[in-house]
Design a protein around this ligand. Structure first.
Ligand SMILES: C[S@@+](CC[C@H](N)C(=O)[O-])C[C@H]1O[C@@H](n2cnc3c(N)ncnc32)[C@H](O)[C@@H]1O
Length: 203
């Protein structure tokens, strides 16, 4: 887990630490791209290892139904950027509560000419549906808050849509999968690598 400013969590909406920028290299189908990140956000100095495991596990997006993809908790955008590059015909939404991270994601999308709409959760229209949700979710907000977050967003999948989540094993990946099954989703452990589980969640 990456360090943030002493008094900030990475999910703070307006981090108090000075907005110092960093650049992180992301390996994509376009080659290495540089993403701007900032102190006070999640993993600003390197691609988070869980995010890397998730990105290396995703199927070809052509296997998902047509429609937009959501990166839930997009941070400065490594997942949203990867999906947008792999699937240029789709629009990608990045939802983020940390305003500094959201601004970085917007900047990165603009710099790479990618169709990524970065929004706060309340800015997404109620009837917006997604073909896929791809997320390294904010486990640190706590189990109940995480369950509430997933309960809000998973129902926005289209009928045959799927969510791809990465969660650290020691931060409760297996109990999250069990809870998802209990509340009616069908969860499959696709990969287990470097202490991370990649889960596919479907109706
Ligand atoms: C584990 S980080 C992943 C960030 C980025 N996707 C990555 O892979 O580097 C989870 C992100 O979720 C954001 N977050 C926390 N609560 C959220 C909420 N209720 N809605 C949307 N995003 C949230 C955090 O600010 C954080 O940026």
């Amino acid at each position: 887990m990456a360090a943030v400013g002493a008094e900030d969590h990475y999910f703070t909406s307006t981090p108090g630490s000075a907005p110092r920028n960093h650049h992180v290299e992301l390996d994509t189908e376009r080659g290495l791209v540089r993403l701007r990140s900032s102190d006070g956000t999640f993993s600003p100095r390197r691609i988070d290892p869980g995010t890397a495991v998730l990105l290396g596990s995703l199927p070809d997006p052509s296997r998902w139904p047509d429609g937009p993809v959501l990166d839930l908790g997009c941070g400065y955008g490594p997942i949203a950027v990867t999906v947008a590059i792999r699937s240029p015909e789709r629009s990608v939404w990045g939802i983020e509560v940390n305003e500094r991270a959201a601004e970085d994601c917007r900047h990165n999308a603009r710099a790479l000419s990618l169709d990524i709409r970065v929004a706060s959760p309340g800015e997404v229209p109620e009837d917006q549906r997604f073909a896929a949700i791809v997320s390294n979710p904010p486990v640190r907000i706590g189990k109940v808050a995480l369950q509430a977050l997933l309960s809000d967003w998973l129902p926005r999948l289209v009928d045959d849509g799927e969510a791809w989540l990465v969660v650290q094993r020691h931060l409760g990946a297996d109990s999250l999968a069990a809870w998802l099954d209990d509340v009616g989703w069908s969860t499959e452990r696709i990969r287990s690598r470097r202490g991370y589980r990649v889960l596919r969640v479907r109706r």
